[in-house]
Design a protein around this ligand. Structure first.
Ligand SMILES: Cc1cc2nc3c(=O)[nH]c(=O)nc-3n(C[C@H](O)[C@H](O)[C@H](O)COP(=O)(O)OP(=O)(O)OC[C@H]3O[C@@H](n4cnc5c(N)ncnc54)[C@H](O)[C@@H]3O)c2cc1C
Length: 309
């Protein structure tokens, strides 16, 4: 018997909420047991209802997604009202913080960075990268209520489907959380979402100088993709922003094509790119570990290869 009851999903980012719809339906298989919560967001309400599920259009005056404490309070009221047992959130930075806060309010067990879910003997089994990405653990939450934050891009976004419904609900969050939104501004430097790119040119420490970086960026532009990097390229060399780092402490990306330039292939990096559809790796060391996971390999010096590329 499946023990997961009603499922509530929430993410302030609509594209991630669509992925959570797929995740919830894969676990439960029945639309009627899945409810999406949209907080002060009519557009997201319409979008998710068009995916065939029930949506709570929650009016929560003064609650902004950046204030995860207030968001957790608002969500708690809906979860209690619906008597939901499982809450699925997105495991982006904000979602992870929200997961902890909400779980604490619900007295629920909590897992973040979950990369897969399945019902095993009536319980929800979650997979997560552990030991620095060297292994994958299957973990279970023991409490009746569960809050799970799912890594972005783990599930495909749900397609449009008839049968959705919208219920309006209002909550008031009385006590102030101590956070006040003063202003919202666009980021002013190097803002990119490498997780949505279909093609990535990823640079590692094998790049000798910044001229090579300019060449790699030109290659990415020419192919219609984005430049990403390994951690030391951003944190030690400071050639690119940390938003472009792939891996355990960076982003998980699933592009159609990843071209890896001068990257050794340490596990902390590969966990973030191993689900790319096709990987091409160029390295001058024929024994580089990255060659074990790449689909196409080229043993060559970047100084020779980058200019013609
Ligand atoms: C807790 C923890 C978390 C971490 N998180 C991350 C993370 O999220 N992302 C991440 O990337 N790393 C992470 N790291 C670091 C990770 O372990 C590696 O150190 C890092 O990925 C190595 O980056 P690299 O492949 O660019 O450099 P290197 O390992 O130095 O590899 C450079 C490669 O370039 C090749 N090369 C050199 N010159 C040339 C040339 N002229 N032409 C062609 N090839 C050449 C070399 O043969 C070598 O294989 C983490 C480490 C720890 C401990």
């Amino acid at each position: 018997m499946i023990k997961v009851g009603k499922i509530v999903i929430y993410s302030e980012k609509t594209e991630l909420a669509r992925e959570l719809v797929t995740a919830a339906l894969e676990i439960q298989g029945a639309e009627r047991s899945v409810t999406a919560v949209c907080i002060n967001d009519e557009e997201q309400t319409r979008d998710l209802a068009a995916r065939g599920i029930a949506v709570v259009n929650l009016s929560a005056p003064g609650v902004h997604p950046s204030d995860t404490a207030s968001t957790a309070r608002a969500l708690q009221q809906v979860v209690d009202e619906l008597e939901a047992e499982l809450v699925l959130l997105a495991s982006n930075r904000r979602g992870k913080e929200l997961a902890g806060r909400l779980a604490q309010r619900l007295n629920a067990g909590c897992l973040t960075d979950v990369t897969g879910m399945a019902i095993q003997e009536g319980r929800l089994a979650c997979t997560r990268n552990t030991l620095g990405g060297a292994t994958v653990a299957t973990q279970f939450i023991k409490t009746a209520r569960q809050v799970i934050a799912v890594a972005p891009r783990t599930y495909e976004p749900a397609a449009e489907k008839p049968g959705g419904s919208v219920d309006d609900m209002t909550v008031s969050i009385s006590a102030a959380s101590g956070i006040k939104l003063v202003e919202t501004r666009a980021r002013d430097k190097d803002s990119v979402d490498i997780t949505t790119a279909d093609l990535l040119v990823v640079v590692g420490q094998g790049l000798e100088n910044q001229e090579d970086l300019v060449r790699a960026a030109a290659l990415a532009r020419f192919l219609g993709g984005e430049v990403a990097c390994t951690k030391p390229v951003a944190t030690d060399r400071k050639w690119l922003s940390e938003e472009r780092v792939i891996g355990l402490s960076g982003k998980t990306c699933k592009p159609q094509l990843a071209i890896l330039l001068g990257i050794s292939g340490q596990v902390q990096f590969t966990v973030g790119i191993r689900d790319a559809r096709t990987i091409i790796a160029i390295n001058n060391d024929e024994n580089a570990p990255i060659f074990q996971m790449a689909d196409y390999v080229m043993v060559a010096d970047l100084a020779d290869v980058l200019p013609p590329l």
